[in-house]
Write a protein that binds this ligand. Structure first.
Ligand SMILES: [Zn+2]
Length: 112
């Protein structure tokens, strides 16, 4: 049986630094904006990360970064405009779902 692609049912700002997504399969995930920016999939950031992996610097992302706007791109991706840093990244739902496995979620008590 072909699996239905998972869509976003609901998305909302949890607090200044987190937003939550409720997926069409009932799963709810919480994302920290700084974690997402750190994984920005745009070409510029990918290159920057490759370079900084060779140096001692630990990225350029502000932990307290916030978002100005969240908008969907097509049916399967999200664009996030941050208060600083890069807003060019398109975060596909697939990527968000995969990332959520590595993120602390509210259910685990880490999201305050
Ligand atoms: Zn970027």
């Amino acid at each position: 049986m072909k699996q239905e692609p998972v869509l976003i049912r609901k998305i909302w700002q949890h607090d200044m630094h987190h937003f939550k997504v409720e997926w069409s399969d009932g799963v709810t995930n919480c994302y920290r904006l700084s974690d997402l920016q750190r994984r920005c999939p745009c070409a510029g950031c990918v290159e920057l990360r490759q370079k900084s992996a060779n140096s001692a610097t630990k990225g350029h992302v502000d932990e307290n970064i916030r978002c100005i706007n969240l908008s969907s791109v097509g049916r399967y991706a999200l664009r996030i405009q941050f208060t600083s840093g890069c807003s060019n990244g398109i975060y596909s739902y697939d990527m968000l779902r995969a990332l959520s496995k590595n993120f602390a979620t509210c259910e685990q008590g880490d999201c305050q």
